[in-house]
Design a protein around this ligand. Sequence first.
Ligand code: ZN
Length: 338
Amino acid sequence: MDFTKVTKISRFLDPSQGYAEVQRLSEVRVDPLTGHTTRILDFPIKQLVKVDISSLVEKSRPFCPFCPEIRDQVTPKFSPNLLSKERFTRGEALCVPNPFPYDENGAVTIMTYDHYVALSDFTPDILRDALMCCIEFLGEVIINQPGAIYQSINWNYLPLAGSSIVHPHLQIMASSSSTNYYTSVTSGLSRYKEENRSPFWPDFVAEEKRIGERIIAATHDISWIVAFAPMGAFDIIGVISNASKPADISDTIMDALVSGILNILKFIDSINLYSFNMSIYFLINNESFTPHLRICPRVSLPPFDTSEINYMRMLHNETLTTMKSEEVCNEVKPFFAS
Ligand SMILES: [Zn+2]
């Protein structure tokens, strides 16, 4: 398996050193499955200061459709022609149709009664109940719509990550149309199998274990790995073994999934980041595809809240980061130690 890394050297005359010639290094890394390229810059960023989001939380509260006083009155219900239930519920979680769907099956799972939950305040129960609601929804969709094979559970946490609603919620998609990510993964899987005569995902986990620089933790059910060529500032992948569709997520797998996600949220919080995107990907009836999860933090840079998404990501689809995956792995490991 190729973990291709090209070191680039840039030379210029530096005014801070009397215009002596200096060198700056950067790296181009290529994802071993998709070929996605990421640039890791030699640009030391000072420890970020914790952002106070209390005014965002309070400003958003009066207009929130997900708060418990009104969520039952203002959220839609599933059509009885499609699903057996009008809404799926479990604990505090409530799964309802997304009134502004991206696809034929778009749903939202409101995770909590609380309008705002800080990263460090999510509990196993909150996550388990919300994910189980999503899984129940996805399991029902596939019964009547066998073509809705691209199934994912997604999370935009806070506006910086693209969420228009502060109240914690997951977004669920079950589609007959691929996304660019699924397309690049499935073509990578085919290419890998053709070239190596073996499936990618088990090889990937075995190779990351052998190298040992990016593997955070591994249990029978999930291996947690920092992506070699991240899709964001960093990118943690959870490879879910022993499951192929959402309904295969057993209690044991769910426990491992939930505790890993909570560990990552605590890590994100510990470095004073406060927002992230997460996706859990399934592809139904595709033997080569192993369900997996990715979490990337979202970052804006002081003093002007500069977006991390500049022309490189927007128009070249090229990730820029300053964080080396191997260093992130060392930092996140203690959060998985227990
Ligand atoms: Zn709310």
